[in-house]
Design a protein around this ligand. Structure first.
Ligand code: NAD
Length: 477
C-alpha cells in the first residue's frame, strides 16, 4: 500500500512519531493507502514553516498571488478526471457529485484570484489640520484550515485559496477520511507556483492533533467546517486564545412547499436537496413541510422519484446514492431510522441497507420525540410533515437550533418574501433547493450552524486586520 507523508514546507515530510493510519474505501472498508498520523510535533513544524513563509509571501505583489490561483484553476480543470477518481475512491462520492464539486472548486479558485485585487482600505478625515488618515487591510498571518470529509475538495480549495488570496499562509488539517485529496491539492498548488511553506498539510486524527493546531500561538485565525460538536470545542479555544474564527457547521434545513407551488420543480428540489451525496450535505433538506391541499400528491411524486434513484457503480453518472462514509455514521443513520420507526413513524420508501449504502428514505409521521425530528442525521433520510397554513409552516421551519439554509416553493410573492425575511437561517432560496453554493455569496449559518460567513468579501473580516496609518503633512504649530 502506498504510504503518504505530511506536506510541509513544499515537500513530503515523514511523521515525527513514525505512525501511519489506514485510508479506507467507504464502499467496503478495505484499506487502500496509509497516511501519516500527525502529532503535535508535526503541527508545530507545519505552523513554523507557515510562519516563516508568511514573511515573504505576504509582501508579494497581488499579481503574483492572482497568477498562482489562476494557474491552480487551470490545473484543476486539466486534472479533473484524476481528482474525480480520487474523490470516488476516498469518500465514495457518486461521479456526478464529484464533477460538480470540481467545477465549483475551479470557480472558487477564479473568484479567489480576482479577490486579491480588492483588499481595499479607506481614507478618513482627521481632527488635526493637515493630517491624513489611511486604513489598510493586512493579512493576519498563519491560518488554521480544518475541513470535513463530505466536500473534501470544495472545502479544501475554499479554505486555502481565500486565505492565500489575502496574503496569509495556511496549515490545513483535512478530515481523517480524506487525507489524500488534501495532499493532492498541495501538489497542485506547488505546480501552480505557490512558494514552499505557504500551504502545509498535516494528516491524522482531529481529536489527537486538532488542539495543538487551533491552540498554537502562531495561528492567528481559524476557519473550520465540520460538526457542531467539534465547532463548539474550537470556539472555546479561539475565545480563550483571542483568535479570529469562522465556523461552518451542521444543519437541519427546512423546505416548505405551499399549495400554489410548481409541483414537479418542488419534487425535483426535494429529491436533490435530500439525497444528493446520499444526504451527507450540510444543507440537506431533512425537513419538508407541505401544505395539506397538495400533500398527498407531493408525497406520491416525491416517493416515486426517490425510488428511481440508483445505487450502482459510482463511476456511472446515473448513480445518485453512494456509501455512507464510515461505520460510526452508518450506525447513527440506522439509529435515527430505527428510533423513528419504533416510535410510530412510517417509511414511505427506503429504510433498508445494501452493503454500506442506505436506500433513500422518506419518513412521515415524525414527531418531536424522535431523534431525526431535530438532530442532523447526515444521511439519506428526510421527514415530510403536513401543515395547514403558511404561518404554521414558517413557525415549524423556525423550530430548530440550527440556521444554515432554507427554501420555499410558492407562486405567492408575499409568502416567499415573508418567509425569506423571517426565517432564522443564513441562506434562503425561493423556488430552489436548500443545497446551493456560489463562491462570492455570503455562505454560512446562524445558531448551531455556525459563526461568520465564507466568501472572499466576508472572509476578509476573519482573515485580515485593519491597520490605521496617519500622515502629518506639516507641523500644525
Ligand atoms: P467532524 O467535525 O467530525 O470533522 C471535521 C474536521 O474536524 C476534521 O478535519 C477533523 O479532523 C477535525 N477535528 C476533529 N476534532 C478536532 C479538534 N479537537 N480540533 C480541531 N479539529 C478537529 O465533521 P465531518 O464528519 O468531517 O463532517 C460532517 C459535518 O460537517 C456535518 O455536521 C456537516 O453538516 C458539516 N459540514 C458543514 C458545512 C458548512 O459549510 N456549513 C459543509 C460541509 C460539512
Amino acid at each position: 500500500m502506498d504510504r503518504h507523508l505530511h506536506w510541509i514546507d513544499g515537500g513530503d515530510r515523514a511523521p515525527l512519531a513514525g505512525q501511519f493510519f489506514e485510508v479506507r474505501d467507504p464502499d467496503n472498508d478495505r484499506p487502500f493507502a496509509l497516511a501519516a498520523r500527525g502529532s503535535a510535533a508535526d503541527v508545530d513544524a507545519a505552523v513554523n514553516a507557515a510562519q516563516v513563509a508568511f514573511a515573504v509571501y505576504s509582501r508579494m505583489p497581488v499579481g503574483v498571488r492572482e497568477a498562482i490561483l489562476s494557474r491552480a484553476a487551470a490545473l484543476l480543470e486539466r486534472d479533473a478526471d484524476e481528482f474525480a477518481a480520487l474523490m470516488i475512491q476516498e469518500v465514495g462520492s457518486p461521479v456526478g457529485k464529484a464533477r460538480n464539486e470540481i467545477q465549483r472548486s475551479i470557480e472558487m479558485f477564479r473568484a479567489a484570484a480576482g479577490s486579491t485585487r480588492y483588499l481595499a482600505g479607506k481614507t478618513l478625515p482627521s481632527d488635526t489640520p493637515d493630517k491624513m488618515n489611511l486604513t489598510l487591510r493586512v493579512p493576519v498571518g498563519v491560518i488554521a484550515s480544518i475541513t470535513p470529509f463530505n466536500v473534501p475538495l470544495g472545502k479544501g480549495v475554499r479554505l486555502s485559496a481565500v486565505p492565500l488570496a489575502f496574503g496569509n499562509t495556511v496549515v490545513m488539517l483535512p478530515s481523517e477520511e480524506s487525507p489524500l485529496m488534501a495532499l493532492r491539492l498541495a501538489r497542485l498548488y506547488a505546480e501552480a507556483g505557490l512558494p514552499p511553506g505557504c500551504l502545509n498539510i498535516v494528516t491524522g486524527f482531529g481529536h489527537e492533533v486538532g488542539d495543538s493546531l487551533t491552540g498554537h500561538p502562531h495561528v492567528r485565525s481559524i476557519t473550520f467546517t465540520g460538526s457542531t460538536r467539534v465547532g463548539a470545542h474550537i470556539r472555546e479555544i479561539a475565545a480563550r486564545s483571542g483568535k479570529k474564527l469562522t465556523l461552518e457547521l451542521g444543519g437541519k434545513s427546512p423546505l416548505v412547499v405551499l399549495d400554489d407551488a410548481d409541483l414537479p420543480r418542488a419534487v425535483a428540489a426535494a429529491v436533490q436537496g435530500s439525497f444528493g451525496n446520499q444526504g451527507q450535505i450540510c444543507m440537506a433538506s431533512s425537513r419538508v413541510y407541505v401544505q395539506r391541499g397538495i400533500a398527498a400528491s407531493f408525497i406520491e411524486r416525491f416517493v416515486a422519484a426517490t425510488r428511481e434513484l440508483r445505487m450502482g457503480d459510482l463511476r456511472d453518472p446515473a448513480t445518485m446514492i453512494g456509501p455512507i462514509i464510515n461505520a460510526r455514521q452508518r450506525e447513527r443513520i440506522a439509529a435515527h431510522i430505527d428510533d423513528a420507526l419504533a416510535k410510530g413513524a412510517r417509511a414511505e420508501c427506503g429504510a433498508r441497507w445494501v452493503g454500506h449504502r442506505c436506500e433513500p428514505t422518506v419518513l412521515t409521521g415524525v414527531t418531536r420525540e424522535m431523534a431525526c425530528f431535530s438532530e442532523e442525521t447526515f444521511g439519506p433520510v428526510t421527514a415530510v410533515h403536513t401543515v395547514d397554513t403558511f404561518e404554521e409552516a414558517l413557525i415549524l421551519a423556525n423550530d430548530t437550533r440550527y440556521g444554515l439554509s432554507a427554501a420555499i416553493f410558492t407562486a405567492n410573492l408575499d409568502h416567499a418574501m415573508t418567509y425569506a425575511m423571517r426565517i432564522g437561517s443564513g441562506m434562503v432560496h425561493v423556488n430552489g433547493s436548500t443545497s446551493q453554493a456560489e463562491p462570492h455569496v455570503p455562505f454560512g449559518g446562524n445558531g448551531d450552524s455556525g459563526f461568520g460567513r465564507e466568501g472572499p468579501e466576508y472572509d476578509m473580516e476573519a482573515m485580515t486586520e485593519w491597520k490605521w496609518i496617519s500622515l502629518q503633512l506639516r507641523p500644525t504649530r
